[in-house]
Each structure stands twice: as C-alpha cells, then as structure tokens.
Design a protein around this ligand. Structure first.
Ligand SMILES: [Zn+2]
Length: 283
C-alpha cells in the first residue's frame, strides 16, 4: 500500500508539520464533486514552501493524502454522524465550538466544500471511516508525537510549527467569519494555551518586521494538532501558522506565483530565528 505520510527526523528543537498539503487522492475517496473544486480545500504547496526545513535539522511530517479525505487537524470525535450509513458507535464530540465546525461540513471527514456544495452523493460506511482513521489519523499523530518527544528529549524544550495556508478571502462555509479578508499571516496558539504567549508574539513581530501583516488568534486559533501535541508549562510549544495563499499562488490555477521565492526566503529566515530562540530564557 502507498505510504500516506512523509516523515523526516530532525536534530534540532524544531518540528514542522503540514497536514493539509496532500495531493494524492485515494481511489476509495469516491467523491462526487469535481476534483478541481475539491482541490481548493488543499493547503496547496505548503510542503514546497518549507522544503528547506529538513536540511536545517528540522523534523518534518507531511500528509500525502488530501485534507478533504481525512482532516488530521480534527479529533476522531468530530464525526458528522449523519454521513455514516450504518451508524457510528465511536465517541462523538460534545464541545459546541467543535460541533459548529462539524455542522459547517468541516469535521474529521468533510461533507461539503467552502461554497457549501456537497462532496459526496452517498453516505460512508462506518468501516470506511474507521479505515481512514487507521491509515491516516493514527500514523500522522504518532509521527508528530514522536518528533516532538525526540526534540524535547534532546534539547529540554521543543517548538512545533503546524503549517497551513488560507485563501485570501474566507469562503461562506469556511469559518465563523465568511467573506473575511485575511491578513498575510495568522498565528495561532489557542489564546496562549499551546505556547508561551511571548514566543507567539515574537513570531508575529518577526513577520511584521519582514513587511507582512500578522494577526494573532484571529480568525484562526489553532485546532487539534497544536492542542494535542503541546504542553507549554513543560516547554513543549506548538504554534499554528496560516499563510495567505495570495502571497505564493494563483488560487484558481493552483500554480505558484512570482511571490513564492520571496516568501520562501522569509520562511527560512523565520525558521532560523526560531532555531536561535530558547523559550526557557527570558528576553
Ligand atoms: Zn490547513
């Protein structure tokens, strides 16, 4: 069977992961909507933007499967039970904020696109969903947990960047803020709970010093990957970084644009800055 994730181990305190850039559409996806529309859900090219990271000793984890097939940035409880033909017996989400995303069609398995169009013309079997969780979700989270654990064991602290991109303007079913014009970057630490807030602030300030606009925790705070793999009180910091796609690609053709190289150079400088930062020492 084809590998579903790509993992490169590191030698530094830094771990990067890209959960939404996968472009390998599995044969058993059996979606009904057009592939071109489905592909707009991808964080296309994020893995290429950060392709310098392993050569800097940064651990790297990447989903090769598409985000609409299974979203590893959701908990396994975030199942839209109405999508399951023969009923779901697994634990289901009770948190209202997370349930709201499931209702937008953006649970563990997506039900509809950002414009509200349905992805399937069928319901999924429970076995089908269990299979996606076993082949995608568990290996991905195990790889992130291992990389963060190894970085922390080596250095006494770890910094995990969860790497994403976002459309220039939010779709009508994408977020709680339909139509919002996004900043160049949105940095998320779940309101200071997944990272030392000073470190997240430092990251925002670095991006602004390079000429970008950067928002902190608005409209994206970070979701399951930063929540699950962080423990800032014990020097495990996780920060979500959303990049505005207009900076590096054409959102219709999905082709990289003339901004790609400059952005990549700035991301490399950002990684260098983080490698020189020990969040345990003040200032
Ligand atoms: Zn994403």
């Amino acid at each position: 069977m084809e590998p579903m994730i790509r993992v490169v181990s590191g030698t530094t305190p830094l771990v990067l992961d890209s959960p939404h850039s996968g472009e390998q559409y599995p044969a058993d996806f059996r979606h009904a909507c057009e592939l071109a529309l489905l592909r707009q859900a991808e964080d296309t090219h994020v893995e290429k933007l950060y392709d310098f990271a392993p050569s800097m000793g940064v651990a790297w984890i990447e989903a090769l499967f598409p985000r609409a097939y299974l979203d590893v940035n959701r908990n396994t409880t975030e199942v839209d039970v109405d999508m399951i033909e023969d009923g779901w017996t697994g634990e289901v989400e009770t948190d209202p904020a997370r349930l709201a995303k499931v209702r937008l069609g953006k649970g563990l398995v997506w039900r509809m696109l950002d414009d509200g169009a349905p992805i399937y013309d069928r319901r999924l079997s429970a076995a089908e969903l269990q299979d996606r969780i076993a082949r995608c979700w568990h290996p991905y989270h195990a790889a992130v947990a291992r990389a963060v654990g190894e970085a922390h064991a080596r250095h006494g602290y770890s910094i995990h960047l969860n790497c994403h991109s976002m459309p220039a303007v939010a779709g009508k079913n994408a977020t709680g803020y339909p139509g919002m014009v996004h900043a160049d970057f949105v940095v998320g630490d779940r309101d200071g709970t997944t990272s030392d807030p000073g470190l997240s602030q430092q990251l925002c300030e670095f991006l602004r010093s390079r000429g970008y606009s950067a928002e902190l925790n608005h409209p994206y705070k970070g979701v399951e990957l930063v929540r699950r793999h962080s423990d800032p009180a014990n020097h495990r910091h996780s920060i979500q970084v959303e990049i505005n796609r207009k900076l590096y690609m054409d959102e219709k053709s999905l082709e990289p644009n003339e901004g790609f190289a400059r952005l990549q150079a700035d991301l490399q400088a950002m990684v260098r800055m983080l490698l020189a930062t020990d969040p345990r020492s003040p200032g």
